[in-house]
Design a protein around this ligand. Structure first.
Ligand code: ADE
Length: 265
């Protein structure tokens, strides 16, 4: 789906063939940055409601509500207590996913966020991708078998009908804890065959896999890593546009899920 395009016609097309007990009822969205999450929270009219779910001492936030027949929860890892910036990266992403899965027992987890993209692999700023596979690029352990463990390449669940209905792009995602890319990272990202690069996806997918929760990773491209512009400049310039693309896609994805099972995706 191109940014700005409406989805109302597309999402009503697919009939629901699954028995009702298999239908997706509870969806957990894990989103790292407030700027990425809040447009969706507002559009869905979700309410902040985390007191019974997360320990008092943590900055994690949960927004919940019912929309189009789905119980929707958006969790964000909140802000660093000292520096006041979003708790981005794999540690906070994994922790908040763990706590939210335990408390909410979702039928589906969606990790939505921004990513850098490689133009050599077909990515453009504003594109929204669904990750077909996740892997890490900053867990280098050059010992046989631990090397594969470090990379942690894992396929995601197939969602061909969703991808086609919404006109999303497909690509492999590589995750690491840095916004920039060291030469060593670059080498592993290339061997991961990644089209997009983020800072949480593989870790969130790992936690979902631990608990057999199907996970979809939806990433909106803010910057072109092989495009010649400084990543930080391009990222900050395009963050609100990418958040808007994520909002539009997120709404369409949730509409598409209505009355469907995981197998219908
Ligand atoms: N999120 C947005 N752009 C990114 C990049 N270039 N690397 C990692 N995460 C990102």
């Amino acid at each position: 789906m191109a940014p700005g395009e409406e989805c109302s016609v597309l999402v009503h097309e697919a009939p629901c063939l699954a028995p009702p007990h298999n239908n997706i009822s509870t969806v957990l969205l894990v989103i790292a940055m407030q700027a990425e999450a809040l447009p969706l929270v507002e559009a869905l009219k979700l309410s902040q409601d985390d007191t019974l779910v997360f320990p008092k001492s943590v900055p994690w936030i949960k927004y919940s509500g019912i929309h189009d027949g789905l119980h929707i929860h958006i969790v964000v890892p909140g802000k660093d207590a000292v520096l006041g910036v979003d708790n981005v990266g794999t540690v906070s992403g994994a922790l908040v996913s763990y706590a939210a899965i335990q408390a909410l027992q979702p039928d589906l987890l969606i990790n939505a966020g921004t990513a850098g993209g490689f133009k050599a692999k077909g990515a453009c700023v504003g594109d929204v991708f669904v990750a077909t596979e996740v892997a890490y690029h900053d867990r280098r352990i050059p010992i046989p078998i631990f090397d594969k463990y470090g990379v942690g390449a894992t396929k995601t669940i197939p969602t061909p009908k969703l991808v086609e209905a919404l006109g999303l792009k497909l690509g492999k995602l590589s995750t690491g804890n840095s916004l920039d890319m060291s030469p060593q990272d670059e080498e592993v990202i290339k061997s991961n065959d990644a089209t997009i690069k983020d800072m949480e996806g593989a870790a969130v997918a790992y936690v979902a896999n631990l608990f057999s929760v199907p996970a979809i990773l939806i990433k909106s491209v803010t910057d072109i890593i092989d495009g010649g512009r400084p990543t930080t400049e391009e990222f900050l310039e395009n963050l609100s546009m990418a958040a808007d693309a994520l909002l539009k896609t997120g709404i369409c994805v949730l509409k598409f899920l209505n009355g469907k099972s995981i197998a219908d995706l």
